[in-house]
Design a protein around this ligand. Structure first.
Ligand SMILES: Cc1cc2nc3c(=O)[nH]c(=O)nc-3n(C[C@H](O)[C@H](O)[C@H](O)COP(=O)(O)OP(=O)(O)OC[C@H]3O[C@@H](n4cnc5c(N)ncnc54)[C@H](O)[C@@H]3O)c2cc1C
Length: 462
């Protein structure tokens, strides 16, 4: 371990939460993130108890000129939640979720995960588009716009954001909404963690569940070429209520998988109907009739179970290398290229997810939020995951090879939440030049010294 400690002692008088130094019990556990490749040693992990604690930690980092990172749920694949030799503003103790069922709104604090959020809102039969894995933090996901199974019906999470409680780079506490600090509100909806630390999100909710039609159909990889063509045509005509996506995965060694299929590359079609149960069977009938799936796990189920469908396939602490691109379309040639590579993964934990666009996401006026690509028909996400660091090079090579092969069909824009550490050009590509300039001006206004740079960084404008 490199000596990354700061020589001076870091005190925070009046701090109500826990302060973890490198010698503290729990320090090693607290510095872990989802991606096992990340191994950083902060000088201080400030586990905040409230927004005043957050503000105090921000002011300390600014005053001492220290690195600062923000830990929401720790699922950022770049590991930007933790920094070396600086202060981690750790929000994991900020867990309040207060639902107002009559108003169909929720106030959820910055350390809440999607599992916790969904559990609290489902008590009232309410939900918003949420992360596809329940352990992901609501904070990082929402600030990057927030894609999830319900988005065709209800838009991204950020499209449902009503208000954010924010600690600024100056350590001040402000609110951003459609009526207060409206410029900041615009930037928080897709611009990532660049403009302040959000201690609480106020989000609009929709009637969903507690029972939904959901689950997954699993097809053998050998049917990939025809399945993708069918899925493309099916989704192009599907109503907004037909939600889900398609994933190239490896069949797990689970009881529900027939013995000969275990460990084989398969294609999962995730199905979620965002409407009355009665309409669901009919809506998904063409997909089920396309050919008998190897395994049919669809049917009425708790919304909470649907939201945890992928949890088991994404274990914490693996090596992760990700990338992503929006596509202009999926012509046959693109499908053939994708299927040929995606059905031959280097690691059985790797998945490649094809997320359909359209629906409510595409209907929001592009100027409304910082998010940069509302009209792409498909979003392609490459998630390479493997247990052994010795296999790193070949997994990275695989990810880059598939991304390169798909290049001819990419829009040039990327989804911020799905990319790794790919340089400033790719961050700019998330927004396009016009929005990026506006974001740089916003950054200059709210964080001129770029205190919040441990992220997919937008540098302050000149
Ligand atoms: C297994 C898995 C599944 C995923 N599924 C989806 C998905 O379905 N849809 C999707 O859109 N994304 C998904 N993601 C990507 C995810 O949205 C981003 O990685 C997101 O940053 C994670 O949020 P977090 O709070 O857990 O992250 P963290 O690692 O804690 O934070 C990442 C960055 O977000 C910023 N940040 C976090 N909290 C705050 C805050 N309160 N205030 C200001 N800035 C903050 C900081 O810049 C921080 O560096 C997934 C990631 C994983 C690992």
């Amino acid at each position: 371990m490199a000596d990354t400690r700061v020589n001076e002692s870091l005190e925070l008088p009046g701090f109500k939460g826990d302060l973890l130094h490198p010698e503290s019990d729990g320090y090693d556990e607290a510095r872990q993130v989802f991606n096992g490749m990340i191994d950083r040693y902060p000088a201080l992990i400030a586990r905040c108890a409230d927004a005043d604690d957050v503000a105090a930690a921000v002011r300390l980092a600014a005053a001492r000129g220290l690195e600062l990172s923000v830990y929401g749920g720790g699922h950022g694949v770049t590991g930007s939640a933790v920094c070396d030799a600086g202060i981690v503003v750790d929000l994991r103790a900020l867990k309040a979720v207060d639902v107002d069922p009559a108003a169909k709104t929720v106030r959820a604090e910055g350390g809440v995960t999607w599992g916790e959020f969904d559990a609290a809102t489902q008590e009232h039969g309410l939900a918003v588009t949420g992360g596809r894995m329940s352990t992901t933090g609501i904070a990082g996901l929402t600030l990057g716009s927030g894609s999830g199974w319900l988005e065709r019906k209800y838009g991204f999470v950020c499209d449902n954001l009503i208000k954010a409680e924010v600690v600024t780079a100056a350590g001040e506490q402000v609110v951003a909404s459609a009526t207060e600090n409206t410029d900041l509100f615009w930037g928080l909806r897709g611009g990532g963690g660049n403009f302040g630390i959000v201690t609480a999100f106020h989000i609009g909710l929709h009637q969903i569940g507690p029972t939904v039609f959901g689950g997954m159909l699993m097809y053998p990889a050998s049917r990939g070429h025809e399945l993708l063509r069918f899925y493309r045509d099916f989704m192009e005509r599907a109503p907004d209520e037909v939600c889900g996506g398609l994933a190239f995965v490896t069949a797990p060694p689970e009881d529900f998988v027939p013995e000969p299929v275990r460990g084989q590359p398969v294609i999962g079609v995730v199905c979620l109907y965002a409407g009355p149960l009665e309409g669901a069977e009919e809506a998904f009938r063409p997909l089920r009739e396309f050919g008998p799936p190897g395994i049919d796990m669809t049917g009425p189920m708790p919304y909470l179970a649907h939201q945890q469908l992928l949890d088991g396939a994404n274990p914490h602490g693996m090596q992760n290398y990700w990338s992503a691109d929006f596509l202009t379309g999926l012509p046959d040639e693109a499908i053939d290229t994708l299927v040929d590579i995606a059905t031959k993964p280097v690691s059985p934990l790797t998945s490649i997810i094809v997320v359909p666009g359209g629906g409510a996401v595409a209907r929001v006026d592009d100027a409304e939020t910082a998010f940069g690509q509302r009209n792409a028909p498909w979003n392609l996400h490459y998630l390479s995951m493997w247990p052994d660091p010795a296999d790193t090079d070949r997994n990275i090579e695989y990810t880059r090879a598939i991304a390169a092969a798909m290049k001819p069909w990419t829009t040039g824009r990327v989804y911020l939440n799905y990319i790794g550490d790919e340089g400033g050009g790719r961050v700019e590509a998330a927004f396009g030049p016009e929005k990026y300039s506006r974001l740089q001006a916003l950054k200059k206004q709210w964080d001129p010294g770029n205190l919040f740079h441990h992220n997919q960084n937008i540098e302050p404008g000149a």
